[in-house]
Ligand binder design. Structure first.
Ligand code: SAH
Ligand code: SF4
Ligand code: F3S
Length: 473
């Protein structure tokens, strides 16, 4: 393996990209490349890029120019992902030291494209858009032994007016339920206890095999895979968020207490312009279904401010919506005009300072809501999965079922030494990364909790602390 070519990959963007990088790494390793810890050691340097907003897309050109000099040492540069698909061969003009440009719909061809590069070709591209296949590989290199991503659907057919994804990731294509379940079983057999199902719109999943399962059916079956303790999924589109999904979540607590349901705007007029295919009222109906689940579920969202034509009154509707829904978290963005999209032709009518002001108001309000809602957790006991240890604060870092971070101390159980495995610290017994423990919450911030380790509540023991009103977690 000493003579193996070495690669280094840097990833931008969403979980889909993070997981694609795991698949690309596995594919490269199966074709004689070895991963290295720094760019300087690598022969092949890859950037897996994001094009969702202009800032994200520009980042990669900044990174590329920063390391241009490395080309003189014989290193090859490749651009993968959404900027690759978006910009195509124009990347060679802007960054002539790049020799490989591949969009995600062409990753099934990667071994072939890499062979061309190894054979000495100066510029290799994989930019076909019309792939019918999902990018599947037997070689996926998962970095986290406790939590695994699993793609169930690729691409997007929704064509929201502002969004590049349908152009960068091609049309929607679901994997067969058999292949999803087989991979879920394999992941569980490796000792991993948490799976996150991925797709730009996971709930638009439709099993292409004769079984023809819906997303809800698939979710129910994945949650039954022996060994799995947590199953999450992201992202859900409100249009296809049918009540059956909430029903199966209510029936099996392995399905985590969290739904990410991007609303984008609280104004039906803006939603119509965005081509989101639902009204404010329809969205709130979905929320009501989620709130009716026998187990309280946390809801998070994505929001865009400053969409072309968004009036003060429209923006007020968004503020009003976050006041009503009480999200446990929200990602909010200023509208960014993107190539090829429908709204590009409508101009960018909201001035930058108005966008900035609206974003600040929105984020402040949302933080206040989160902080206030989270206080009610003080005194409650939550089950968490340990993700690491922060020696500076002498705290364990963990995550609860709703996906919030819980930092906790453990009197009596001190860290006895640590080593590194797959980039994650591994601790000596009795507690280690990947383990599930119970934590009593003592302090709550807007985005995370602080607590202390307690013995697990016995069967039937009610959770400690005041009961929550139930509708909001
Ligand atoms: N498929 C997911 C979203 C993927 S993109 C969905 O439909 O919900 C993640 C988020 O980026 C979006 O939810 C949206 O809030 C934001 N986004 C997408 N395009 C954007 C643009 N042109 N400007 C600003 N934010 C954008
Ligand atoms: Fe983009 Fe809309 Fe598709 Fe989400 S559903 S990826 S926002 S086009
Ligand atoms: Fe970005 Fe592509 Fe994901 S544009 S958000 S990396 S699908």
């Amino acid at each position: 393996m000493n003579n193996a070519k070495k690669f280094w990959i840097e990833t931008f963007g969403c979980q889909m990209n993070v997981h694609d990088s795991e698949k690309v790494s596995g594919t490269l390793m199966a074709h004689g490349y070895a991963p290295v810890a720094t760019m300087e050691e690598a022969d092949l340097i890859l950037f897996n890029t994001c094009s969702i907003r202009d800032k994200a897309a520009q980042k990669v050109f900044g990174r590329l120019s920063q390391f241009k000099a490395l080309q003189e040492q014989g290193k090859k540069f490749g651009v993968l992902g959404c900027v690759a698909q978006q910009e195509g061969e124009a990347i060679f003009k802007r960054a002539p030291h790049v020799s490989l440009v591949v969009g995600s719909a062409s990753y099934t061809r990667l071994p072939d494209l890499i062979a061309q590069l190894d054979a000495g070709e100066k510029r290799v591209t994989g930019l076909g858009e019309a792939s019918d296949e999902a990018f599947e590989t037997d070689f996926t290199r998962r970095d986290n032994p406790h939590r695994a991503y699993l793609t169930i659907i690729e691409g997007c057919d929704k064509h929201c007016a502002y969004c590049v994804v349908p152009f960068t990731r091609g049309k929607e294509r679901s994997r067969t339920s058999a292949s999803v379940l087989e991979e879920a079983r394999r992941i569980a057999e490796s000792g991993c206890t948490e799976i996150q199902l991925l797709g730009q719109n996971v709930n638009s999943y439709r099993d292409p095999s004769p079984a023809g399962w819906s997303f809800a059916e698939l979710l129910a079956r994945v949650a039954e895979v022996p060994g799995l303790r947590r199953v999450r999924y992201t992202t859900s589109h409100p249009r296809d968020f049918h009540p059956e999904i909430v029903q199966v979540m209510g029936e099996n607590p392995v399905l985590c207490d969290h739904v990410h349901l991007p609303v984008q705007s609280g104004s039906t007029d803006v939603l119509r312009m965005m081509r989101r295919d639902y009204t404010r009222e329809k969205y709130l109906e979905r929320i009501a279904t989620i709130r009716a689940c026998p187990r309280p579920l946390a809801v998070t969202t994505d929001l865009i401010v400053g969409f072309p034509g968004e009036s003060d009154a429209d923006f007020e509707r968004t503020i009003d919506l976050i006041n009503e829904v009480h999200y446990t978290g929200a990602f909010s963005f200023k509208y960014s005009p993107r190539p090829n999209t429908e709204s590009l032709t409508w101009g960018d009518s909201i001035p930058e300072e108005v966008k900035a002001q609206r974003l600040a108001i929105l984020q402040q309000r949302q933080q206040d809501i989160q902080w206030h809602d989270n206080q009610r957790y003080i005194g409650r006991t939550l089950e968490v999965m340990i993700e690491g240890y922060n020696p500076r604060h002498e705290q364990w870092v963990a995550r609860c079922s709703t996906n919030r971070i819980v930092n906790f101390t453990s009197s009596g159980l001190r860290l006895a030494g640590s080593t590194q495995r797959n980039g994650l610290p591994v601790f000596s017994q009795p507690m280690q990364v990947g383990e599930y423990v119970h934590v009593r919450i003592t302090k709550a911030g807007g985005n995370s909790f602080v607590g202390e380790h307690v013995a697990a509540p016995g069967p039937g023991t009610p959770l400690a602390g005041p009961a929550l009103p139930g509708v909001i977690v």
